[in-house]
Design a protein around this ligand. Structure first.
Ligand code: 5RP
Length: 235
């Protein structure tokens, strides 16, 4: 049986994947910056390269937290505008399979993450070795939902056999977590998702469900670190 990597090993793997992602960056690019601990490592390395004059780039961030990190790191940020296409979005994932179907949103930023994944010509995913799975679903699938619609969304998810749990705030554990848009998050415990395309189709039909964390047909490549190696997966 494969030993579970220690937190230090996982951080090292995330760092290796983040370093490797710099090879996808070119001067003049407009980048999408992901959210979460792996994306944060990428932002910090990209910032160092920008400050060293290695790249002249601009970026849009997938969360207020990543926006703050990018600003601190010296990465020039721009506002979304009509007709904007990103050359490259670099983001993490909670789970991925070898077809590069993803579960995202563990950090609650799935809506802006999907916007920037879709607006990009190339979505590059960074992952440590624990994220690559034979089947999606062990990680609870996050949904961003409009607060008014919550009771009906919980019913609809229960009907799809994904035990729904409203995510609570880490800072104020008696309050529900809020997204950057002020919406709620529901984590759906499916345990296994044998047909992600069909599940995504069902979820898309639920009114008040703003976005779900299944990212299908979006990633162009994934850098998965395993020990000292970084493996490149393409769909
Ligand atoms: C945030 C996300 C993150 O990309 C995902 O949760 C992975 O995070 P980490 O790199 O910390 O493991 O989807 O909404």
């Amino acid at each position: 049986m494969k030993a579970t990597p220690s937190p230090q090993q996982l951080k090292h793997e995330k760092q290796l994947a983040a370093e490797a992602a710099l090879r996808w960056v070119r001067s003049g690019m407009l980048l999408g910056l992901g959210s979460g601990s792996t994306a944060a490592l990428f932002i910090s390395q990209l910032g160092a390269a920008v400050r060293a004059g290695q790249y002249q780039i601009q970026a849009v961030a997938t969360s207020l937290a990543s926006e703050a990190l990018a600003r601190e790191a010296g990465i020039p940020l721009v506002e979304p505008r009509r007709g904007m296409r990103l050359d490259l979005t670099v983001d993490g994932a909670d789970e991925l399979n070898t077809e590069l179907q993803l579960v995202k949103g563990g950090g609650g930023a799935l809506l802006r993450e999907k916007v920037l994944a879709t607006a990009a010509d190339y979505l590059l995913i960074l992952a440590d070795s624990t994220k690559l799975v034979p089947q999606l679903g062990r990680f609870p699938l996050p949904l961003e939902v409009v607060p008014f619609a919550l009771p009906w969304i919980l019913d609809a998810v229960a009907e799809l056999e994904g035990k729904p749990v409203v995510r609570m705030s880490r800072q104020q554990p008696t309050e529900p977590a809020r997204t950057d848009q002020g919406n709620l998050l529901v984590d759906c415990h499916f345990q296994s998702i044998p047909d992600a395309t069909s599940l995504a189709r069902h979820l898309q039909q639920i009114p008040g469900l703003v976005e779900h964390g299944l990212f299908l047909g979006l990633a162009r490549a994934a850098l998965v670190a395993q020990g000292e190696q970084v493996l490149v997966y393409t769909p």
